[in-house]
Each structure stands twice: as C-alpha cells, then as structure tokens.
Design a protein. Structure first.
Length: 157
C-alpha cells in the first residue's frame, strides 16, 4: 500500500509556497504603483486581483480634475485626498468587473473608512505590507470575516 499522506502534505506545501510567491509579486506591483502618487508624506498603492487577474489598481491622490497636490504648506493632507483602496474600488465600480471575492493588495493596512468600502465591495481578503498608524480598519475587516494577511518585507543585508 502506498502512503499518500506524505504526497498530500508535499503537494499542500508546494501550493502554499506558490501562493506566497504570487502574493509577494502582487505586493511588489502595488509598491511600484504607489510611486505614481503625488503625495509627499506617504505613497500608497493598491491592486485588486480576482482569479489571478488584476481587475483594478489605485494609489492615493486627489480626485480627477483637482491639482495633484495632496498636502498643504504645513504638510497636512487635504481632506479630499482619496486613499489607494478607495481609488481601486471606485475604479472597478466604473468598469464591467466585480470585486466580489477579490483580494486587495495594499502597501499600508486600511483605515476605518477604507475598511467599510472593502466590506461593501465584497472583497474577501486584504494583503498589506505595513501597518497604518490606526488599526481600527483591520479590526473591522476581521470582525466582518475578511482575511487579513500581513506580508512584511524581509530586511535585506
């Protein structure tokens, strides 16, 4: 009799490793996308992925038609600046795609306002690479049953 337990365990480990590498690649892409932001204090990027396809993207910045200036002379962010998650979600809302069941890759964990949008958009998983100063958004996502995965960057020697 052949022992399939080891084969199944190896197969599951390979699947987890592939999924982790894919998460890392999408996060790298979100970090590159963040570079499009005109914000000085913090640049944040987001990708919405469904069925291994990017269905939307976003970065923090001003609404369409506004000057690309995010902070005032005292380095305070203007209240009308949109977060990367909000830009990605509203962008997909204007397309023929649906964010239902999608994964959101975002370079900073969502604030409470973005968490509400994520819940309403039907996103089922959020992967982030750094913690936002306030964890209320993460707590709300977890309370709603949304998977939140921290994918912090390893230090390079």
């Amino acid at each position: 009799m052949v022992n399939n337990t080891n084969n199944n365990a190896n197969s599951e480990e390979i699947k987890r490793e592939k999924a982790y590498r894919l998460d890392c690649r999408y996060m790298q892409m979100a970090q590159i996308w963040a570079e499009n932001s005109y914000c000085v204090r913090r640049k944040v990027g987001a990708l919405l992925v469904k069925n291994k396809m990017i269905i939307s993207d976003g970065f923090n910045g001003t609404p369409s038609g506004f000057p690309n200036v995010c902070e005032d002379e005292n380095n305070h962010t203007f209240p009308y600046v949109l977060h990367a998650e909000a830009n990605a979600i509203t962008k997909v809302a204007r397309s023929n795609n649906s964010s239902e069941g999608a994964t959101l890759y975002v370079t900073a964990s969502p604030c409470i306002e973005c968490a509400k949008l994520i819940i309403q958009a039907g996103i089922t998983r959020v992967v982030f690479s750094e913690y936002y100063r306030d964890t209320e958004g993460l707590e709300l996502l977890q309370k709603a049953g949304i998977i939140t995965d921290y994918l912090g960057q390893e230090k390079q020697d």
